[in-house]
Design a protein around this ligand. Structure first.
Ligand SMILES: NC(=O)c1ccc[n+]([C@@H]2O[C@H](COP(=O)([O-])OP(=O)(O)OC[C@H]3O[C@@H](n4cnc5c(N)ncnc54)[C@H](O)[C@@H]3O)[C@@H](O)[C@H]2O)c1
Length: 492
């Protein structure tokens, strides 16, 4: 029997304001903004827009709450987090529906997001016993030990492609470590985060968790506020650089998960069935390619290039069709906005101008009642892409795959690494030696072998070069929200 979803009307949050200090507040400047549904282009509602003064109030409240949250026993903090996880699972369908409505990503996939965020809360709740120090036998006349302390108020600024996953999942590590957290939802898709704030409103003591919808101005105010102890971003490289500069005046530590222009490397001995599946799925056409980890540069060996390209096109035609995001059977959504649709189309035009071969898609789908008004782009594949073309170098964040043909392994690695990005890479081969040799040579923080796309709680996720720094989804993430204090006792 098909899964029953709640109605959109019943799922929408009743609050449209700012959640901090355990309560809802109207923005001090009375400012709000329309939020849209990318699947229809229609306005859903008006949502408050936090300004500098609101940020200050929220930060002050979060700082007050920090004093008691940090000294709440870790097991008690973990219990609150597990309750939050249970509530997220209980409300997963409505949260998924709101993300589908507000981001355009198909609802069937968004259900995974709510459940993965809940899993992160459970995971970091379980890691709290690791918040421990060391003893250092430095001298016989002294006793030396370290304590791991939380930092204070942590601001987490998130991107639009997975609001519930990022809001729910990214609060987990800093809360577990004893910090208070302010989430800034994505400007384009704040609605599910407001519903999440309603669902979790009495789980944590007032001020421990705040949700401040707003634009870049809100993000900037968080990045510069002297009482914010650490600022993190899931977003673009340009925003990461802006935040790094803004945080410099208060010497605030940062943690960045930024963009990617990720490569899939297919060796001549690859299992062709697995490869076809991986090339197609790695592009994340389901959410119109809007994923930092999408393997948008595909390097096929000349021995299988034509066969694999042909089969990937068939696979994509069969499995991805633009549709209504809130419908459980939809396999592909729109991009986030009209501006994003225009940007993706301009990349497609640039590839045609620069001489790449368009083998699939390349335009807005023909008008139909299903896609009418939405910001859809067909799943698009280019072959004969050269490394100097714009679609080979820039993150498109849309459903556009660039396919390259290779012959020489050293030249392949040179081309794969010839990018300022370094988030993920996927390697397809039957040879263990090739897999390990190549994994060591690719400049990426997260490497898949004979698979794509998956994250594994406990396995560090993060980028190298301009794709970011620091590692998440693992013990390192928890510890990155702590600082070490050393205590030296004289025993004489
Ligand atoms: N590495 C990862 O885990 C990961 C995951 C998802 C998305 N991303 C990246 O995110 C980007 C797409 O998302 P986007 O368009 O929402 O990114 P974006 O950088 O435009 O915005 C991200 C967030 O930063 C805020 N922001 C914008 N300017 C700011 C400023 N000057 N100071 C403080 N905050 C500011 C925005 O309001 C938003 O909440 C892509 O580059 C994608 O690769 C990375």
């Amino acid at each position: 029997m098909a899964m029953q979803l709640p109605s959109i009307q019943d799922s929408l949050p009743s609050h449209k304001d700012l959640f901090y200090d355990g309560q809802w507040h109207a923005p001090s400047n009375k400012q709000d903004r329309e939020t849209y549904s990318p699947g229809t282009g229609k306005v859903i509602d008006r949502i408050a827009d936090a300004g500098v003064e609101d940020v200050d109030r929220a930060v002050q409240a979060a700082r007050r709450a920090f004093e008691s949250w940090r000294s709440t026993p870790a097991q008690q903090r973990a219990a609150c987090m597990r309750r939050a996880a249970d509530l997220m699972r209980k409300h997963a369908k409505e949260l998924a529906l709101l993300d589908a409505l507000n981001t355009g990503n198909p609802v069937a996939e968004m259900l995974n997001d709510a459940n993965m965020a809940a899993a992160s809360l459970d995971y970091f709740a379980g890691l709290t016993p690791m918040l421990r120090g060391e003893t250092i036998p430095q001298s016989t006349s002294g006793f030396h030990y370290t304590i791991r302390e939380p930092l204070g108020v942590v601001a987490r600024i998130i991107a639009f492609n997975h609001p519930v996953l990022f809001a729910g999942g990214k609060m987990a590590a800093p809360l577990a470590a004893g910090n208070t957290v302010i989430i800034k939802p994505p400007d384009q898709a704040p609605i599910s985060c407001l519903r999440l704030a309603e669902i979790l409103s009495d789980v944590f003591p007032p001020g421990v968790l705040s949700i401040l919808p707003g634009s870049a101005e809100c993000g900037r105010a968080l990045s510069t506020h002297p009482m914010v102890s650490k600022v993190t971003l899931i977003g673009s490289v340009a925003t990461g650089k802006a935040i790094q500069r803004a945080a410099a005046d208060t010497l605030k530590p940062t943690l960045f998960e930024l963009g990617g222009k990720n490569a899939l490397l297919a060796f001549p001995d690859a299992d062709i069935d697995k490869l076809v599946d991986g090339v197609a799925r790695g592009m994340n056409f389901t959410w119109a390619g809007q994923s930092c980890g999408s393997t948008s540069r595909v390097f096929l060996h000349e021995s299988h290039h034509d066969e694999v390209l042909d089969r990937v096109c068939q696979f994509v035609k069969t499995n991805y069709a633009p549709g209504v995001p809130t419908d459980m059977s939809t396999t592909m959504g729109p991009v986030i906005s009209k501006a994003a649709q225009d940007r993706v189309l301009s990349y497609i035009a640039s590839a045609v101008d620069e001489g790449a071969t368009l083998v699939l898609g390349g335009k807005v789908p023909a008008a139909s009642p299903v896609t009418d008004g939405g910001y859809f782009v067909e799943p698009t594949i280019f072959a004969n892409v050269r490394p100097d073309m714009r679609i080979a170098r820039e993150e498109i964040f849309g459903p556009v795959m660039a396919v390259f043909k290779w012959r020489d392994e050293d030249e392949l690695i040179r081309q794969v690494n010839d990018t300022p990005y370094g988030l993920t890479a996927a390697i397809y081969t039957r040879s263990l030696a090739t897999a390990h040799r190549t994994a060591a040579r690719v400049e990426a923080g997260f490497v898949w072998v004979n698979q794509v796309g998956r994250h594994f709680l406990g396995v560090p996720f993060g980028g190298v070069k301009e794709s970011g720094g620091g590692r998440e989804e693992c013990l390192d993430e928890l510890l990155s929200f702590t600082q070490i204090k050393s205590v030296n006792l004289s025993l004489s």
